[in-house]
Design a binder for this molecule. Structure first.
Ligand code: 8DG
Length: 156
């Protein structure tokens, strides 16, 4: 079982009603120069304006890879190559309990298009865009560990 991250609120007390787990497929698009793609959450969504890795919820019957392929086509207009699960992280938000499935993506076809009015930024450590979504921060720590990067992973 992955560690639970509690974001912006207290963890629901034992004995409360069980909350459904929402599975989310997330893509960490990597460039050869080690920069990675962050996108801002579009207006109208919870945490609008926060920066995250692109992705979205699994639909019924989808695998993580299928959902990621669909979401990145819908949101960014790209067709991703093969990808594999890298890390998972459970996050307890006031709005939902989410299980994030992060996949690294090294290859894709098509030019990036921001189809949902989001902004995008290719970033390196430390990340300069703010604010970063709570459930996105663990990824920066994992990347820092891989790269032997020391110091703050993000500003703000
Ligand atoms: N895409 C993405 N979602 C993340 C990250 N970190 C994190 O906590 N989340 C959370 C925020 C949301 O609660 C959930 C993603 O749900 P969403 O509402 O963006 O998904 P969606 O695009 O399918 O949305 P919709 O069709 O229902 O509007 O995962 C991340 O790095 N990327």
């Amino acid at each position: 079982m992955s560690d639970l991250l509690v974001a912006d609120g207290e963890r629901q007390r034992e004995g409360g009603p069980a909350r459904p787990v929402v599975d989310v497929a997330v893509g960490v698009l990597m460039q050869a120069d080690s920069r990675f793609l962050l996108t801002s959450r579009p207006p109208g969504k919870v945490y609008a304006g926060y920066w995250e890795f692109p992705g979205g919820k699994l639909e019924a019957g989808e695998t993580v890879e299928q959902a990621l392929r669909r979401e990145l086509q819908e949101e960014l207009g790209i067709t991703i190559g093969d990808t594999q699960l890298w890390k998972t992280q459970m996050v307890d938000y006031p709005h939902a309990l989410v299980q994030l499935h992060f996949c690294k993506v090294w290859a894709w076809q098509g030019e990036l298009q921001m189809r949902e009015g989001q902004s995008h930024a290719w970033q390196d450590l430390p990340v300069q865009v703010v604010p970063v979504l709570p459930g996105t921060l663990p990824v920066l720590t994992w990347l820092a560990q891989e790269r032997l990067f020391e110091g703050d992973t993000h500003t703000g």
